[in-house]
Ligand binder design. Sequence first.
Ligand code: GDP
Ligand code: MG
Length: 162
Amino acid sequence: MVPVIALVGRPNVGKSTLFNRLTKTRDALVANFPGLTRDRKYGEAKFDSRHFIVIDTGGITGDEEGLDAEMAGQSMQAIDEADAVLFMLDSRAGLTASDQLLANHLRQISKPVFYVANKIDGVNPDVAMADFYSLGVKKIHPTTATHGKGVRQLLEDVFELF
Ligand code: GDP
Ligand code: MG
């Protein structure tokens, strides 16, 4: 089976940037992978010799009002389909109420969740990471999706599971 990895997080954290980097913008032929719907954006990706499917939950574009509903929809379905979840946070913005909301949900699922502190460029990493560690998680992966920094280390950890 090809592992399915969902990118979740509030708007503007860098999900699509990471998606494009991982897939090099190749769209997955969803029809080849039973169980996936056409409602979300899928891409085929490769890490060393390992193939995987990435889901970009780009549908969350609503304002704060609509965010609950969107998260309960599109992202939750992506999480359902996924074998592992990458929860992306914005190091520049720090921890927000939306992040807390999604973190609370992710604590309750039985799948592996990887916490990603994206946009680590240009911020003090220690300060940014300390903020996110207040979520009570064991490990946070710093990344710069725009340049690919930290992405290999993140994928190495993810692929220890598959
Ligand atoms: P999404 O809404 O979560 O899909 O976020 P996008 O991938 O569309 O990114 C939102 C903005 O953040 C874009 O302007 C990206 O270029 C920028 N961005 C994404 N990743 C990084 C990063 O690692 N560092 C910086 N400085 N900007 C980033
Ligand atoms: Mg997006």
